[in-house]
Design a protein around this ligand. Structure first.
Ligand SMILES: [Zn+2]
Length: 223
């Protein structure tokens, strides 16, 4: 039975209400999370320290329990210079491909640029767009590229883009997350179950399969 098999793809705090939580860790944070991701977020790129930060990242992401690079990506609403964001994102795509770990993506008003960067870098690693709440057309383009989608609190709105996309995008491409909200991942699974009109076990089994596919090189078994 999969009674407790909840996977939280992206959270900012470890609360142990999932079998597996990927905590978004800051590169200067002391260790302490079971599983985590490291990345340079497009809001917090600092031009002055970027070389040092990239070096630190290069070292940190090789840790065994660091499962992914991210969140990283592009954000047109960020105050950080956009060219610098693109440079830093490209560096992180390169790193992900070197160490063979998936990318967890933060993307705001930049989906064309995102696909462009991934294509130009010949990315071969799985890409998960976290906190997805954009329209179905964009979702289709991203799915054509092979992106996965992680849905969170936007599923609480029946009319939200997230709720429409999760229904139509195909269950092979979905993950669930709490991000920085104080929701329980169990509650997010409950919402997804309601929207998809299936049993909780089906959602759990599907996300387990998706997880094992995307993170197969990390060799974590979910039982
Ligand atoms: Zn986040």
């Amino acid at each position: 039975m999969l009674v407790n098999l909840f996977v939280n793809l992206h959270t900012h705090s470890q609360i142990y209400d999932a079998k597996l939580e990927i905590v978004n860790a800051e590169i200067n944070e002391p260790k302490g999370y079971k599983y985590y991701s490291y990345g340079l977020h497009p809001w917090f790129i600092n031009k002055e320290t970027i070389d040092e930060d990239l070096n630190k990242l290069r070292f940190k992401i090789t840790e065994k329990n660091c499962l992914a690079i991210g969140e990283c990506g592009l954000d047109k609403l960020s105050k950080v210079d956009y060219d610098l964001q693109i440079f830093v994102f490209n560096e992180q795509i390169k790193l992900a491909n070197e160490i063979k770990k998936p990318l967890i993506i933060h993307c705001v008003k930049s989906f064309n640029e995102l696909i462009n960067c991934l294509n130009l870098s010949n990315n071969e690693m799985p890409v998960i767009i976290h906190g997805y709440n954009n329209n179905e057309n964009i979702a289709r383009v991203l799915k054509d590229y092979g992106c996965y989608f992680s849905f969170g609190k936007a599923l609480l709105g029946y009319d939200s883009n997230a709720s429409k996309v999760i229904k139509n995008i195909g269950k092979d491409y979905i993950f669930l997350e709490t991000d920085d909200s104080d929701l329980s991942i169990k509650y997010v699974y409950g919402k997804a179950t309601e929207i998809l009109g299936v049993n909780l076990e089906i959602v759990q089994e599907q996300i387990k399969m998706n997880f094992e596919k995307v993170f197969k090189k990390q060799l974590i078994t979910l039982k």
